[in-house]
Design a protein around this ligand. Structure first.
Ligand code: C5P
Length: 301
């Protein structure tokens, strides 16, 4: 049988409202996710046992991706468990372009891709709502990686529903050579904002902006409560945002918990020009990409 290849996109957060931590340690969120055209491909074929190989793009930190205990293996185990299977035999290859520990949910994309690919390989026909439930147990961002597009996320980010988005938005993403740990950024947020409300800030401004399709309006509405914590841990990112905005971006923000920064532009040509400008300013990797794009999708026939 031919390999099954599933492509899963990176995400950015157009709005990330964060509340005071819950009893279980997670933070309540109101977030607007958007899937952006930077992808990992995950291929599977039948094998005698579980095996995983990784082919990273040049800008991807190979050392940051575990082979043993990779989230794709956790996804395989969770899917197998759901169906009462003891075996997770498969040969898996991940071709990785989503920055690692970057705030773009690359691990979550791989988990979502693994669920979709292995569901096919093992001929399980798992209903969508069950797949979303399995995804939620794997990580807060994994359900969004399945559905893609533009969606609002609540709970700890795992409860997702699509929202109206009338734009084709062009972004430039600038990853960092060194990652930031998501739990560390959340812990720093708690230190900086010990009196945070348990109710996260709502996403009304971004939802209204998305419906206009106007990048100038969306630029003004972008909001990330984790940005202050990320910038405090990584002051160089404030400079990067300033450089991007001076070079023509409508607005630059930290993506999720960072350290990747994303810059909104007025269109495809402007995004490419900005990417060239950022590279000239010494930011070696600047990726121009459109959004929204699809969630985890089978790309083999
Ligand atoms: O759910 P996920 O495994 O992606 O979360 C990684 C870590 O990020 C959690 O262990 C927690 O420290 C932090 N987190 C949080 N609140 C959320 C999502 C993540 O505190 N809503």
């Amino acid at each position: 049988m031919a390999d099954t290849i599933v492509r899963a996109a990176a995400k950015i957060n157009l709005h990330l409202g964060v509340g005071a931590p819950r009893k279980d340690g997670f933070h309540p969120l109101v977030t607007v996710y958007q899937a952006i055209g930077i992808y990992d491909d995950l291929s599977v074929r039948a094998g005698d046992e579980w095996s995983l190989r990784l082919f990273p793009a040049d800008h991807v930190d190979r050392a940051g991706v575990p082979i043993e205990g990779n989230i794709a293996e956790a996804a395989a185990r969770a899917l197998a468990d759901f169906h009462g299977r003891s075996e997770i035999a498969a040969e898996v290859v991940i071709t990785k372009a989503i920055p690692v520990a970057g705030g773009m949910a690359g691990g979550s994309a791989d988990a979502a891709a693994a669920l979709v690919a292995l569901d096919r390989l093992w001929e399980l026909d798992t209903p969508d709502d069950e797949l979303l439930r399995i995804a939620a147990a794997l990580g807060s961002d994994v359900p969004f990686a399945l559905i893609g597009g533009t969606a609002i996320g609540t709970g700890r980010g795992e409860r997702v529903s699509p929202v109206e988005d009338h734009g084709t938005w062009w972004w430039v993403a600038v990853p960092s050579t060194k990652g930031l740990s998501t739990p560390e950024v959340y812990r720093h947020y708690d230190r900086l904002f010990p009196d945070a409300s348990p109710r996260p800030k709502g996403a009304e401004a971004v939802l209204t902006a998305l419906a206009t399709g106007d990048p100038g309006v969306l630029a003004r509405a972008l909001h990330n409560d984790l940005q202050a914590a990320a910038l405090d841990l990584r002051p160089d990112l404030a400079e990067l945002i300033a450089v991007g905005e001076a070079a023509g971006a409508l607005r630059g923000i930290v993506s999720g918990s960072g350290p990747t920064c994303v810059f909104l532009t007025t269109g495809a040509d402007q995004a490419r020009e900005l990417a060239v400008g950022l590279r000239a300013a010494g930011h070696e990797v600047a990726l121009a990409a459109p959004a929204p794009v699809s969630g985890a999708t089978v790309v083999t026939y």
